[in-house]
Design a protein around this ligand. Sequence first.
Ligand code: HEC
Ligand code: HEC
Length: 420
Amino acid sequence: MRGVRRAIVSYIGSVPNNRRAVWDSASARLVRAAGYLDEHPDFERLDRLELIVAYANPAAHAVDSLRTALGIELPPGRSAWSHGAAALFDAGAFDATGFAPVFAPRRTESLVGLGRDLFFDPALSGKETRSCASCHQPPKAFTDGLARRASLSGAHDRGRNTPTVINVGLQPGSFYDQRAAYLEDQITDVIANAEEMGHSVDAAAVRLRGTGTYTARFRAAFDIADDSALSPARLRMALAAYLRSLQALDSRFDRAARGDTALLSSSERHGFTLFMGKARCGTCHFAPLFNGTTPPTFTEAEPEVIGTPAGPLGTRDGGRIDPDVGRFAVDRIELHRFAFKTPTLRNIALTAPYMHNGVFRTLEDVIDFYDGGGGAGRGIATPQQTLPRDSLHLSRDEKRDIIAFLGALTDTVGTTRRRP
Ligand code: HEC
Ligand code: HEC
């Protein structure tokens, strides 16, 4: 806060006289926020919601008003952190097109609608029996309630847990091992896998062309005059556009962070403080996306090793590492053996079971695992574990509050409709 204030001090000479109040307000709010932090030095107890609502958001807004008053342009370039928002918790602060490839077409309703229909269409699978939605089921926040499915690519011999696709566009790589840089690549992988869709994007495009109904829609969505509009590449683009449209960042937590603090119970609010403080969850699941996309630039995400066991805690397999080597299978970097992307915790109350192998059936099991220092804390030999191996010493009430907070991250509005 003080560093930002020092930065704005250097602009004081360029502030026009009639805008001086804007500078004064930015300065005063930064000083107030710094003062609040001075008065609350306890990392574990600092009420994060109060900090955000009463101090950080107002300071961010005042600094942004000053920037506008001074006519300073934002740096060019794309990122998921939208230039249109002053504070991280503002509505519209994030935009999935920040992670889209340059060739992705502009999002229109006809493109997204086409992608949506493809997502629910079994014609994409070899035997026409399975659609994307067979596993990514809207009522379960686009998961399937199963521990795991068969392998998607053969890159690992055991299957993985079906992740949510809500907010899937807000991360720099998809799949648990981040092997697909763009959703467009990811789609090729899924459709081609023998055990999943058992098809290829090329063959799917040929089949869709044969049915006739899709060609006109591809022509309209991509503004191309002839039937070449329905190509494998555009099939992927339409699906990817639909996936990027599945953005929902208006949970009770979000609305509370924008000022309506009464929307959270005291248990949920305390849970947020624990999440960001004593339990250290926010050091990997970064607020406000609660995935691994790292602030302040929101351009990258490091894979992390937490030592997920092969079986539930208390069983024999609970003391062994799950054999899926994760990111290591992709980049062969020893530090990435058993490393996985940090998944989003948004809608987590709807997406049990948990982890890449679905080993934990409840959030209670997950919290107990973290409370014990992850895999290494339980004696699983993972020297490269990035999660601290010591106990968090969470009380029963504290665990309950963290779970209550996670429940406030549910928002599927606008994503589960079959049609607009
Ligand atoms: C048989 C079940 C199944 C089907 C069918 C399926 N998926 Fe998935 N999906 C999964 C599993 C399991 C993963 C995680 C795989 C991994 O991480 O290696 C996944 C991962 C993804 C991801 C990455 C999510 C993330 O956050 O990393 C996206 C996006 C996705 N699927 C979209 C689709 C689309 C689009 C289709 C249809 C073309 C589809 N899926 C069909 C099971 C399925
Ligand atoms: C060192 C980084 C790190 C920290 C700290 C961390 N997590 Fe995670 N979290 C991960 C990774 C990586 C995964 C995925 C692991 C896997 O699939 O095996 C994960 C998975 C999860 C999942 C399952 C998600 C799903 O969709 O299956 C939940 C729930 C979760 N974490 C909650 C928490 C909570 C609560 C805390 C704090 C007590 C926390 N995490 C702390 C990195 C971290």
